[in-house]
Design a protein around this ligand. Structure first.
Ligand code: FPP
Length: 250
């Protein structure tokens, strides 16, 4: 069965009926991109933010409903203080523009992760930006920005919440199942990712969406995130469309 084909002009033609509903991206390679150009790492993150805008725009145009991007992990605090501050400032600077774009496309913006360690002005901005696009939740289109996010941290948070409810007799122990755990994750509003992309040549999951990616398709690419283009996204989706998802069946 042919799900896709290339057109005469070598343009990628995707099967519109098999666009992944949810794509998650590890935006990796910013530092190397900057180093290659003799620039500071922060210039790489800035270029990475430009790529995020470009790729988000194209993803929703193609019919993707949820996009989740890994902007700062619970492990990224180990980076030099200057880089961490720069990343926080970059978020403050670029979020309004990104949310403007989402508002225009009727996409709701959500932040995934533990906000307690983030700078207060950034948290305030995140809350305001979520509120600004909250009405679009009904469209089912989301941009999830993972900020101080860790898959293990998320599971600890969910287990604690569930344990509290069991302790207070709000739910029985027998009620704890996959659906209940999923409903206690930061991503409760979205289906699990169909496709997880990691550019830059690294082939690991790095504590990203550990529970949710149990049956995701993975796509790795050598391109550094700031160089990742709309065509690269299409290539990834094309590869996805050629996969045979069996979810453990035959
Ligand atoms: C990993 O590349 C990238 C990050 C830790 C930061 C990603 C953040 C952005 C792209 C900006 C997002 C902006 C907003 C507003 C959400 P790396 O630095 O580890 O690259 P390297 O492996 O080449 O060193």
């Amino acid at each position: 069965m042919f799900l896709w084909k290339k057109t005469k002009k070598n343009q990628i033609r995707l099967d519109p009926n098999n666009i992944p509903c949810h794509i998650a991206i590890i935006m990796d390679g910013n530092g190397r991109w900057a180093k290659k150009r003799g620039l500071p790492r922060t210039a790489g993150h800035g270029a990475g933010a430009d790529t995020l805008v470009k790729i988000a725009r194209h993803a929703y145009d193609l019919g993707v409903k949820c996009l989740t991007v890994y902007a700062f992990s619970t492990e990224n605090w180990k980076r030099p203080q200057e880089e961490v501050s720069n990343l926080m400032n970059l978020c403050m600077k670029r979020l309004p523009q990104i949310v403007d774009l989402m508002e225009h496309r009727k996409v709701a913006v959500r932040f995934l992760g533990d906000r307690s360690r983030l700078p207060a002005p950034l948290v305030k901005m995140m809350e305001d930006e979520e509120a600004r696009t909250a009405e679009y939740s009904k469209t089912g289109c989301f941009l999830n920005i993972a900020l101080n996010y860790g898959g293990r941290d998320e599971l600890i948070f969910a287990v604690r919440e569930i344990a509290k409810k069991v302790q207070q007799n709000e739910i029985s122990l027998e009620a704890v199942n996959e659906e209940l755990i999923s409903a206690h994750l930061y991503t409760a509003h979205c289906p699990d990712p169909d496709l997880v992309l990691r550019p830059s040549g690294e082939i690991r999951i790095s504590n990203f969406l550990l529970w949710q990616s149990a049956y995701s398709e993975f796509y790795y690419d050598n391109i550094l995130w700031p160089d990742f283009s709309e065509k690269d996204l299409e290539r990834a989706i094309l590869t996805y469309q050629g996969r045979n998802r069996r979810f453990g069946g035959v």
